[in-house]
Design a protein around this ligand. Structure first.
Ligand code: HEC
Ligand code: HEC
Length: 438
C-alpha cells in the first residue's frame, strides 16, 4: 500500500511528461520554431542575400523596410538578383493569417463577390492545385495544403524576382541548414530521408505556423488597450461616432471617455467609423466611411480571430488607384494590373467573356490596417507615399488627374468625394497611427 502510494506521483508525473511532450501544442511549438528559422534564413535565396524577413521585417510591420525608408523612390522590393523588381508593393505578412480561402459567389446583381485568399489578387487561393498550391518537386507534386498562407509561403522561393531558387535547390539548402534537425521534432521525420516534395510542402506549413504565432500577430497596439478599456465600460468600439454637437458617443448615445486615447484619436476613430453618401458635402452623422471595408470591430468569418479586430473584411474593391510611374522606372513597363480578374479567369476558370468576371477587373484585396503607420508606401502599387496622401485620395480623389484609375471601374459610390476637412483627414491619420503594435 505504502510503496504503491509513493510510486503514484512519480507515475503521474511521468505520464504527464510523456503526453505533454507528444501533445499537439508541443508539436506546434516545434513547427513554429522551424517556421521562424526558415522565415529568417537568407541562404534560401539565389545569392544568399534574401529571406522572407528581408521584405517582411518586424521593424516595418512585417512589410519591406527599404520601401518604408524611401516610400516615394522605392515602392517595390528588389529581388535576390539585384535590380529585379516586381510590380506590387509588399504588404504586411502579419495578420494575413486570418484570411480564409478564396471564395467567390454571385452577388445577385450580375457580378461576383469574392473574399479571402493571399496576395493583392488572392492568387494563393488555398483551394486546390494552383501555381503555389501544387508545385512539381523532383517529379512529384507537393500539396495542395488547402491553407492560403502555406500555399503563399511556397511561392517566393521560386519566384525569379524574389528568392529565385528551383524547388529542388530550396530543399537541398534546407537540408544543409543548421536547423535541419528541427524537422524531426516538428514533423517526426528526418529531412535527409524524406522525399523532396514532402519537405517542400512542410516548409510552407512551418512558415505558415510561424506567421500565425503571437510573435507575428501581437494585438498589442494602443488601439487594443483602448478596446480593453472600453470593454470594461461596455462600449462597443465599432459603434463610436460623433453626435450632432460633435461629442464622441457610442451606439447608445453615451459619451465616450478614455485614458488611453487622446481627444483627437477618439474623434479620428469616430470619423473612421461614420458612413458617408459621397456627395461631396459632409452632413451631420457622416464621416470617412472607412469601417465599411476596414471594420473596426470583430467580423464573423470562417477563420479564428477570437473576437479580435482585423480592419479588413477580406473583400475586394477598386479604389481607382492610378498606375505608379516609379514602378515602371524600376521594374520596366508594366501592363495594366488586372488584380482579382487574373485570378478569377485563371485559377478559378471563369471565361473572359463572362460578365461576372469582367466586373473583377482592377479589384484588389482590402488590406489590414494594423501596423499601417510602419508599412509605407500604400496600395497595391505603392502609389501613396504617406497615410495623409491616401486619406486625401479617399476624400477628393485628387490624384485622379495624374493618370486616372489604372483599370476597370472604380468605386464612385463609397469614396472619392467625402467632403472631409483637412483637420478631419488628419484625425483619421492620427487614429490609424494607434494601430501600431508596441
Ligand atoms: C523580394 C521581396 C519579397 C520576399 C523575399 C518575400 N516576399 Fe512576401 N510579398 C512580397 C510582395 C511584393 C507581395 C505582394 C505580391 C502580390 O500581391 O502579388 C508579398 C506578399 C506576401 C504575403 C501576402 C499577404 C496578404 O495579405 O495577401 C505573405 C503572407 C507573404 N508575402 C509572406 C512571405 C513569405 C513567407 C516569404 C518567404 C518564403 C516572402 N513573403 C518572401 C515581397 C516579398
Ligand atoms: C470600398 C471599400 C473601402 C473603403 C470605403 C475604404 N477602403 Fe481603404 N482600402 C480598400 C482597398 C480595396 C484597398 C487596397 C486598394 C489597392 O491597393 O488598390 C485599401 C487600402 C487602404 C490603405 C493602404 C494600406 C496598405 O497597406 O497599403 C489604407 C491606409 C486605407 N485603405 C485606409 C482607409 C481609410 C482611412 C478609409 C476611410 C477614409 C478607407 N480606407 C476606406 C478598401 C476600402
Amino acid at each position: 500500500m505504502r510503496s504503491r502510494l509513493s510510486w503514484m506521483p512519480l507515475l503521474a508525473a511521468l505520464l504527464i511528461g510523456v503526453t505533454a511532450f507528444c501533445s499537439p501544442a508541443m508539436a506546434n511549438t516545434a513547427i513554429v520554431k522551424l517556421g521562424e528559422a526558415l522565415f529568417e534564413d537568407t541562404t534560401l535565396s539565389l545569392n544568399g542575400n534574401q529571406s522572407c524577413m528581408t521584405c517582411h521585417h518586424p521593424l516595418a510591420g512585417f512589410a519591406d523596410p527599404s520601401n518604408h525608408i524611401d516610400p516615394l523612390g522605392s515602392p517595390v522590393s528588389d529581388g535576390s538578383d539585384p535590380g529585379l523588381f516586381g510590380g506590387r508593393n509588399a504588404p504586411s505578412a502579419a495578420y494575413a493569417a486570418f484570411s480564409p480561402a478564396l471564395n467567390c459567389e454571385d452577388d445577385g446583381e450580375g457580378g461576383l463577390f469574392c473574399t479571402g485568399g493571399m496576395f493583392w489578387d488572392g492568387r494563393a487561393t488555398g483551394l486546390a492545385d494552383t501555381d503555389t498550391g501544387g508545385i512539381m518537386v523532383a517529379g512529384e507534386v507537393t500539396g495542395p495544403t488547402f491553407d492560403p498562407l502555406a500555399d503563399q509561403a511556397k511561392g517566393p522561393f521560386q519566384n525569379p524576382i524574389e528568392m529565385a531558387l528551383t524547388p529542388e535547390e530550396l530543399v537541398d539548402r534546407v537540408r544543409a541548414a543548421d536547423y535541419a534537425w528541427r524537422f524531426k521534432r516538428a514533423f517526426g521525420y528526418s529531412v535527409h530521408r524524406a522525399p523532396a516534395h514532402v519537405v517542400y510542402n512542410d516548409i510552407g506549413i512551418a512558415i505558415a505556423a510561424f506567421e500565425r504565432s503571437r510573435k507575428v500577430n501581437r494585438f498589442s497596439s494602443k488601439f487594443d488597450r483602448f478596446v480593453a478599456e472600453q470593454k470594461k465600460r461596455r462600449v462597443d468600439v465599432a459603434t463610436i461616432a460623433l453626435d450632432d454637437a460633435g461629442v464622441v458617443v457610442d451606439g447608445r448615445m453615451r459619451r465616450v471617455r478614455s485614458r488611453v486615447f487622446s481627444r483627437e484619436e477618439l474623434e479620428g476613430l469616430a470619423l473612421f467609423n461614420m458612413p458617408n453618401d459621397n456627395d461631396g458635402i459632409l452632413d451631420a452623422g457622416e464621416g470617412g466611411n472607412c469601417a465599411a471595408c476596414h471594420p473596426s470591430g470583430p467580423i464573423s468569418d470562417p477563420t479564428d480571430s477570437k473576437g479580435k479586430t482585423l480592419f479588413t473584411d477580406f473583400s475586394y474593391d477598386n479604389l481607382g488607384v492610378p498606375a505608379n510611374p516609379v514602378v515602371d522606372d524600376l521594374a520596366g513597363p508594366q501592363p495594366a494590373d488586372m488584380g482579382l480578374y487574373a485570378t478569377v479567369t485563371g485559377l478559378l476558370g471563369y471565361s473572359s467573356d463572362d460578365e461576372r468576371a469582367a466586373g473583377t477587373k482592377g479589384l484588389f484585396k482590402v488590406p489590414t490596417l494594423r501596423n499601417v503607420a510602419k508599412t509605407a508606401p500604400y496600395a497595391h502599387n505603392g502609389f501613396f507615399p504617406t497615410l495623409f496622401s491616401i486619406v486625401q485620395f479617399y476624400n477628393t480623389r485628387m490624384m485622379a488627374p495624374l493618370g486616372g484609375p489604372e483599370v476597370g471601374e472604380p468605386n464612385i459610390e463609397e469614396l472619392g468625394d467625402l467632403g472631409l476637412s483637412r483637420d478631419q483627414e488628419e484625425k483619421i491619420v492620427l487614429f490609424m497611427e494607434t494601430l501600431t503594435d508596441l
